[in-house]
Write a protein that binds this ligand. Structure first.
Ligand SMILES: O=c1ccn([C@H]2C[C@H](O)[C@@H](COP(=O)(O)OP(=O)(O)OP(=O)(O)O)O2)c(=O)[nH]1
Ligand SMILES: [Mg+2]
Length: 152
């Protein structure tokens, strides 16, 4: 079953020349986000550009959030990942979805208007509140971490 999300089109090119985000296959977890650009944008090695999508979503339900993740092909082959590594879209955010594109590679990369630059994944969220305690119940791991179980 799909979840209904409110979406606002902020630029008339979205939904016309630039398709709305959509799942590429029946089993896809992410919907590709497309770059709203007036002209091609070349990102030089090491540079980061904040790129608009021309659309806003309002998730509304605090038990949900969206993440913006890199596309594997762009990241692996061209070094185009996200300047914030992962984008988190709060359920109460109503502004334009923005994608921070970082060229972590060695070669310049050009993004054309409407190119698919990242993907949006809707996820369940559990909000927590704290109970302050003096001691935790013992566990096998305890405070061990950061390689405490060895390398292999
Ligand atoms: O890649 C991203 C990351 C965030 N956002 C929007 C949605 C999110 O709800 C809001 C705030 O994001 P975040 O809390 O990660 O940023 P912040 O630096 O803590 O800003 P703020 O002080 O506005 O919370 O910015 C995007 O459009 N794209
Ligand atoms: Mg914040």
């Amino acid at each position: 079953m799909t979840h209904k999300l409110q979406l606002k089109i902020l630029d008339p090119r979205v939904g016309q020349d630039i398709p709305l985000p959509a799942y590429g296959t029946d089993g896809a977890a992410g919907m590709d986000l497309r770059a709203l650009l007036d002209e091609p944008l070349t990102i030089q090695p090491g540079e980061t550009h904040l790129i608009g999508t021309g659309l806003a979503i309002y998730i509304e339900d605090p038990a949900l959030a969206a993440t913006i993740l890199p596309r594997s092909g762009l990241g692996h082959k061209h070094g185009i990942v996200l300047g914030n590594l992962v984008g988190l879209i709060d359920s109460d955010y109503q502004g334009e979805l923005m994608v921070s594109c970082w060229n972590r590679g060695q070669q310049a990369f050009t993004i054309e208007p409407g190119d698919r630059i990242a993907q949006l994944v809707l996820l369940p969220v559990v909000q927590a509140s704290f109970t302050v305690v003096d001691e935790f119940a013992d566990t096998q791991r305890g405070a061990g971490g950061f390689g405490s179980t060895g390398h292999n």
